[in-house]
Design a binder for this molecule. Structure first.
Ligand code: FMN
Length: 196
């Protein structure tokens, strides 16, 4: 069976720097034979977690929005890649909503004590692709921490990151062949068949 890759594009800017990184990564994953499912998060109807704690009862979210398109993929994809810009020294609101709305997985793990990790299938891998306009110290730190948390909650092994500072205007990342090589390398890892 082909490896499945869930791709989450977190920028509202179409074909911007982080989406370009994502495209390189996904082309490489597809070349390994992976099946890719891609969502542009800003095109979805996504609302913030309401802290209602309903998911503490059965590990499902009672809000009725497009998170329900993502939940099955977040649970079952063999690989997950999140691409995002830096906004205000952290992750933009829309991808952060997706992370917050993974609270049902947290509830399954820590309240309901149910195993989240699949009993069969390959090790799940996760990758983070990110661009910032500056190279300020710590510019990626907050987002990296959030993504590490996400992989932990989803039972995903971190496979790597491509973090590109000082790309601001759309297309500036095209001048970074080393970033392209790193994104493609990650894509191959995410898409390649691996031991179950
Ligand atoms: C609302 C907003 C806030 C931003 N905040 C930061 C910031 O705090 N630090 C930084 O280095 N770049 C910041 N940027 C610049 C983006 O990270 C940069 O333009 C990036 O390349 C955008 O990626 P994209 O093309 O994938 O959207 C900000 C951009 C926007 C629109």
């Amino acid at each position: 069976m082909a490896i499945t890759v869930l791709a989450l594009a977190g920028s509202p800017r179409r074909n911007g720097n982080s989406e370009t990184l994502l495209g390189w990564c996904l082309d490489a994953a597809r070349a390994e034979g992976a099946e890719v499912v891609e969502f542009r998060l800003c095109d979805l109807d996504l609302r913030g977690c309401r802290a209602c704690d309903a998911c503490f009862k059965d590990g499902t979210c009672i809000q009725k929005d497009d998170m329900h398109l993502l939940y099955p993929h977040l649970r079952d994809a063999d690989s997950i890649v999140l691409a995002s810009p830096i906004y205000s020294m952290g992750m933009p609101g829309v991808p952060k909503i997706v992370v917050d709305r993974c609270q049902p997985f947290w509830a399954l793990k820590y309240i309901l004590k149910q195993p989240l990790a699949r009993t069969e299938g390959p090790e799940r891998l996760g990758a983070f692709l990110c661009c910032s306009g500056t190279d300020l110290p710590e510019v990626f730190s907050g987002s990296r921490r959030v993504v590490r948390y996400l992989w932990h909650v989803l039972g995903v092994t971190p496979a790597g990151e491509v973090l590109v500072p000082k790309v601001d205007e759309k297309g500036e990342v095209l001048a970074h062949p080393e970033a392209r090589a790193a994104a493609e390398d990650l894509g191959r890892r995410l898409g390649r068949q691996r031991d179950t």
